[in-house]
Design a protein. Structure first.
Length: 188
């Protein structure tokens, strides 16, 4: 019924997993995480608690349109949960570069927000998501998180919404390793 990804099982040997309705509580060493999945799916844990699998909730599926939606959602949840489990063991990392004269960022650790000075008449304040750990070294922002989805969303928000990369001047907030095309200025 599902795609190859949606029907694959997830290995949970290293983790302590408790299932409560449509929520998984995952424990690893001293940390605990929760993962909520769609109500149209049922999570089935193997008897030896070494793997889990998502199955369709037949009681809730009434027509073909919902069935197609559930197939897509199952693949998403399998990949997202695999990324979360691998991120718990070795967190995902991303680096942002702040390029531009006078551009700077200050991390307020008490209130957990970033204060950007990016050449506007006002400073921009951004609240950091609870799963993301921020470290600032000179004009580089190092982001670390166990959730790949939250980390990628936060990094792209910072790079695309605050000060987009200017192709002509080469200034802006840039995700490290991402190719940014430069253009020549107009010739007189």
């Amino acid at each position: 019924m599902f795609s190859r990804i949606g029907s694959s099982s997830i290995s949970i040997d290293k983790y302590k997993v408790d299932l409560v309705e449509n929520k998984l509580n995952i424990g690893y060493k001293n940390a605990s995480y929760s993962y909520e999945f769609d109500k149209n799916l049922i999570c089935e844990v193997s008897e030896d608690k070494s793997s889990l699998k998502f199955l369709p909730n037949i009681e809730r599926i009434r027509n073909k349109a919902i069935e197609r939606k559930v197939k897509k959602i199952a693949g998403f949840h399998v990949r997202d949960l695999q990324n979360l489990l691998s991120g718990i063991v070795t967190p995902f990392k991303m680096t942002l570069d702040i390029v531009g004269t006078g551009y700077k960022v200050v991390h307020n650790k008490v209130a957990n927000f970033l204060n950007f000075s990016l050449g506007f008449s006002h400073n921009i304040v951004v609240v950091i998501p609870k799963d993301v750990v921020v470290e600032i070294v000179q004009n580089k922002i190092n982001l670390t998180s166990s959730s790949k989805m939250i980390l990628g969303g936060f990094a792209s928000y910072l790079s695309m919404s605050l000060r987009k990369f200017d192709k002509f001047k080469g200034k802006g907030v840039i995700i490290s390793g991402k190719y940014m095309q430069r253009k020549e200025l107009k010739k007189k």
